[in-house]
Write a protein that binds this ligand. Structure first.
Ligand code: GLV
Ligand code: MG
Length: 307
């Protein structure tokens, strides 16, 4: 599934939820956690479940972010949302995941609820947010904790707070720092996710007025190989759908590499051949396959070859 743009919508606002249906995000999550005021949290459960059950969501991924296990809310969030939403709910996002046990606890709870309400076993997937120091230390066991895990998500704002970084805006570049202050974090999460065959998503960019800033910043995780990024405002969706898609030029090159390699290994009987000025081999095929698969999921086609 494509997860280039993951649109966050406060679960307490029926108006925003209704509007979100028109925004072409690959994934939309209705939030019960930090975007909802504490006194609205209990009422938001029913609003979220009703909005998902009512339909009108096309074929995007639909997710609900529940409150973390260190609150008294998680169990009832999951129970009310999963039993009230019906089969259109694709996944639950668990914030501030600290260790594998927290994912396993959610998995077991989902198993019981699915059985009780008559959903197929394993129907509801899990997204785990890595946004605390402990969560990052344990990211490898977290990514391997459950077959329900579909994606792992970096939360830069909570992570900066957990690290006690002297910043006041989450998920933006820090010009004072030579290099990328999150490079290690991005790479560590990415490796843990890929080692377990799950997708990996970058978190919010909080300067919503700057689409150019978003585009530049998103290119960092896109270049490392992340599948997508959160949109915390509808205007961010279009930018992300573009940044997390291969360019037409690279898509075309990947298709051509696959063709050239296929020809070399079958009719040519060779394992390594020249492709323009580059040598390509089996590893090139693997790299190209990922590109092509990602592009094709979004409907890309090889552009017309020049005669
Ligand atoms: C998102 O949840 C974040 O904390 O950045
Ligand atoms: Mg957070």
């Amino acid at each position: 599934m494509l997860r280039r743009s993951c649109l966050a919508v406060p679960g307490s606002s029926e108006r925003f939820i209704e509007k979100a249906k028109e925004i072409p995000a690959d994934m939309t999550f209705l939030d019960l956690e930090d975007a909802v005021a504490p006194r609205e949290k209990v009422a938001a459960r029913g609003k979220v479940a009703a909005a998902i059950g009512a339909g009108g969501w096309d074929d995007r991924i639909i997710c609900v972010r529940v409150n973390a296990w260190d609150t008294p809310l998680t169990f009832r969030d999951v129970l009310e949302v999963v039993s009230g939403s019906g089969p259109r709910l694709d996944e639950i996002m668990l914030p501030k995941v600290q260790n594998a046990a927290q994912v396993i606890a959610l998995d077991l709870l989902l198993t019981q609820i699915e059985k009780e309400v008559g959903l197929p076993a394993g129907h509801v997937g899990i997204e785990a947010q890595i946004e605390t120091t402990t969560g990052l230390i344990n990211v490898e066991e977290i990514c391997a904790a459950s077959s329900r895990l579909e994606a792992v998500v970096f939360g830069p704002a909570d992570f900066a707070a957990s690290m006690e970084m002297p910043v006041l805006t989450g998920g933006v570049e820090l010009p004072e720092y030579p290099g990328d202050h999150f490079h290690y974090v991005f790479s560590k999460i990415l490796m843990a996710a890929r080692a377990n065959g799950i997708q990996v998503i970058d978190g919010p960019y909080l300067r919503i007025a700057s689409l150019d800033g978003l585009r530049e910043y998103a290119k960092r995780s896109a270049t490392l190989g992340y599948d997508g990024k959160w949109a915390i405002h509808p205007t961010q969706v279009e930018v992300l759908n573009e940044v997390y898609l291969p360019s037409q030029e690279l898509f075309d090159k990947a298709v051509d590499i696959l063709e050239a390699y296929e020809q070399a290994t079958t009719t040519g009987g060779r394992g390594a051949v020249m492709f323009d000025a580059e040598m390509i081999d089996e590893a090139s095929r693997k790299m190209a396959l990922k590109f092509v698969a990602r592009g094709e999921k979004a409907g890309m086609k090889r552009s017309q070859r020049r005669q």
